[in-house]
Design a protein around this ligand. Structure first.
Ligand code: ASP
Length: 299
C-alpha cells in the first residue's frame, strides 16, 4: 500500500507555546513535504524518490533543523548530516559534517549511487559534491536569526533552551511495488562541538530500511540512538522477533533508549504500508498519508 510519513523533529514542548500562526507554518511545512513525497508515490514513483522529495522540501524550509535553518555548532557554523537508504537492495548513502551543500540528502544519494562508499564526511564529501555538480552555498545560507538566538540561549544556559524540538527531518515510504526507503537530514544538536556526528547519517542508528521488514527515520538525542542502534533494532525486532511495527518502535524508544536517558521519536513503515509515528518527548512534528485515506499532520 502506498504510504509515507515525515517528521520535523522531536523535543519537549517549548516554555512559551507555539502561537497559532507558528503552528500553521509548521503544519504547512509538514504538509508540503508529505504531499511532495506522496505525489511521487501516486504517479508510480519509487519510495526512494518519495522520501528524497519530502526531505528536500524540509531542508529548504528554515523552520526545520536541516539545510537552511540548521542548528548551529558552538562556534556558530552549520554542519549538516544526512542519510538515505533503499530497502530494496539495502543500499545506503550518507554524509556528515558538510558545511556548503545546499541539499545534503541529494549528496547522500549521490554517495549511494555514484561512489563506492556509504559515508563521506567534511571536505571529502564537499569535494565529491563539487564533482557531482551539486549546489554549494556559503555557510551563512543555513544560518537564521532564530538559530543564532537558540545558540546564544544554549551557551548562556537559559533554562529549557536545550529541550525544545530541534527540528531534524526525516521521511519513510512504501511504494506500489512494496519497496521501502528512509531518509533523514539534520543540523544536529545546538551548540554541538565542531566535528560531532549524530545518529541521523549512521546506517542503523538514525536511519535504516530493508524490504520485507521496515524503513525507519529517528529524531532525538543522537548519542543515545547511536548507542542503541535504534533504527536497526526496530527492523530486526520486526524481522526476527515477529514484533508488530508499533510494538518494535514502542520497545526501542521506551526500553532501549529511555533507560539510557535518551528521548526522541521514530517514524516507520512496514512492508504492508502500515505507518507508525511514536515519541517519548512532549512534541514531535509529524505527518502521515496513505492510500487508505489516512491524512494526518500533528505537532
Ligand atoms: N538526532 C539528531 C542528532 O542528534 C538531533 C535531532 O533529532 O533533533 O543529531
Amino acid at each position: 500500500m502506498l504510504a509515507i510519513a515525515v517528521h520535523g523533529g522531536a523535543g519537549a514542548a517549548p516554555r512559551a507555546p507555539l502561537s497559532p500562526a507558528q503552528q500553521t507554518l509548521y503544519r504547512e511545512g509538514l504538509a508540503a513535504a508529505l504531499d511532495a513525497g506522496y505525489a511521487v508515490l501516486e504517479r508510480g514513483g519509487a519510495s526512494l524518490d518519495a522520501v528524497m522529495a519530502a526531505v528536500v522540501q524540509l531542508e529548504d524550509n528554515p523552520l526545520f533543523n536541516a539545510g537552511r535553518g540548521a542548528a548551529l555548532t558552538r562556534e556558530g557554523a552549520a554542519e549538516l548530516d544526512a542519510c538515505i537508504m533503499d530497502g530494496a537492495r539495502q543500499r545506503a548513502g550518507a554524509v556528515a559534517a558538510v558545511r556548503h551543500v545546499q541539499h545534503p540528502i541529494e549528496l547522500a544519494r549521490r554517495v549511494m549511487e555514484k561512489s563506492r562508499h556509504v559515508l563521506l564526511v567534511g571536505a571529502g564529501a564537499e569535494e565529491f559534491a563539487l564533482e557531482e555538480g551539486l549546489a554549494l552555498v556559503p555557510n551563512e545560507y543555513f544560518r537564521t536569526a532564530e538559530r543564532v538566538q537558540q545558540l546564544q540561549h544554549s551557551l548562556q544556559g537559559t533554562p529549557g533552551s536545550e529541550l525544545v524540538p530541534q527540528g531534524t527531518v526525516g521521511a519513510v515510504a512504501c511504494d506500489a511495488r512494496g519497496h521501502l526507503a528512509a531518509a533523514t537530514s539534520t543540523g544536529g544538536m545546538t551548540a554541538k562541538r565542531h566535528g560531532r556526528v549524530g545518529d541521523s547519517p549512521l546506517v542503523g542508528a538514525g536511519t535504516f530500511a530493508r524490504d520485507g521488514a521496515c524503513a525507519v527515520s529517528a529524531t532525538g538525542h543522537g548519542e543515545l540512538f547511536i548507542r542503541s542502534v535504534a533504527a536497526y533494532h526496530v527492523c530486526v525486532s520486526v524481522e526476527c522477533r515477529g514484533l508488530s511495527l508499533a510494538a518494535a518502535v514502542h520497545e526501542t524508544l521506551r526500553e532501549r533508549i529511555l533507560p539510557l536517558g535518551g528521548q526522541g521519536g521514530i517514524i516507520a513503515v512496514d512492508a504492508s504500508g502500515a505507518l507508525v509515528l511514536d515519541f517519548t518527548t512532549g512534541m514531535m512534528f509529524r505527518g502521515a498519508r496513505d492510500a487508505a485515506g489516512r491524512y494526518e499532520i500533528a505537532l
